[in-house]
Design a protein around this ligand. Structure first.
Ligand SMILES: NC(=O)c1ccc[n+]([C@@H]2O[C@H](COP(=O)([O-])OP(=O)(O)OC[C@H]3O[C@@H](n4cnc5c(N)ncnc54)[C@H](O)[C@@H]3O)[C@@H](O)[C@H]2O)c1
Length: 228
């Protein structure tokens, strides 16, 4: 049985990804602030301990999904320094912590793969809801994806990222007013807002043998928003 670790898996996209991976026969560790596998991605020692626990239970990790993330919205001068620090801690340092701790557990496992959650905001420097600070943290995720792919490829670990456009999860629901929704829809040729399954299906593909020669990529799941 292949072993997957999904961060931020208590709700939203992460919960959906975890469910889809389980349906495909993975043993899934759902990590979050309050779930059975308590793992705050910003807490280096907690991440290390959780991953050591997985290794002693299951012998290693085949797929790491770095999904935990925070959003920052609104005018740039209304994001406090403390909010910025927390944003970077979760969205950037969280990926650093999980990759550093998980890579030793992934080396030598056939078909090992890391999937990072970026955003269309990485390319646009923010977007419809995420602001420039959020976009900057997701751009860091894109850069890490490329560099890690180069460094970990020789160890048999592929690294890719997913860049979704707005999904109606708890993260954005309050801000997705009817007016904003209409504005976003007008920019999406496929004519609908993304749903978690759009992202989960790509995560499954990127973690599968069907993607065995794909690494370093950030793939948009956005109904055409970015490229048209
Ligand atoms: N919803 C969107 O529109 C959208 C669009 C593009 C990218 N994304 C990205 O997708 C990912 C998931 O987003 P979502 O919409 O499901 O968000 P969400 O807020 O619904 O879920 C995020 C989960 O991450 C967990 N989390 C937060 N901080 C954590 C920490 N320090 N350690 C461990 N877990 C932590 C939360 O508890 C929560 O369960 C994020 O990285 C987000 O930036 C979301």
């Amino acid at each position: 049985m292949r072993i997957a670790l999904v961060t931020g898996a208590a709700r939203g996209i992460g919960a959906h990804i975890a469910q889809r991976f389980e349906e495909q026969g993975f043993f899934v560790y759902r990590a979050d602030l309050q779930t059975p596998l308590r793992m705050d991605v910003t807490d280096r020692s907690e991440v290390k301990k959780a991953i050591e626990g997985i290794c002693s239970e299951k012998g290693g990790i085949d797929v790491l999904i770095n999904n935990a993330g925070l959003l920052a919205s609104g005018p740039i001068d209304q994001t406090s320094g403390e909010a910025w620090d927390r944003l970077v801690a979760v969205n950037v340092t969280g990926v650093f912590n999980c990759v550093q701790a998980a890579v030793p557990a992934m080396r030598g496992r056939k078909g090992a793969a890391i999937v990072n959650m970026a955003s269309v905001a990485a390319e646009k420097g923010g977007g419809a809801i995420g602001n420039v600070w959020y976009g900057a943290t997701k751009a860091a995720v894109v850069a890490m994806t490329r560099g890690l792919a180069r460094e970990l490829g020789p160890h048999g670990i592929r690294v890719n990222a997913i860049a979704p456009t707005v999904l109606e999860t708890d993260m954005v629901r309050d801000q997705l007013t009817p007016a904003l929704r209409a504005k976003i829809l007008a920019r999406i040729p496929l004519g609908r807002i993304a749903v978690p399954d759009d992202v989960a299906r790509l995560a499954l593909f990127l973690a599968s043998d069907a993607a065995s020669f794909i690494t370093g990529e950030t793939i948009a799941v956005d109904g055409g928003f970015l490229r048209t």
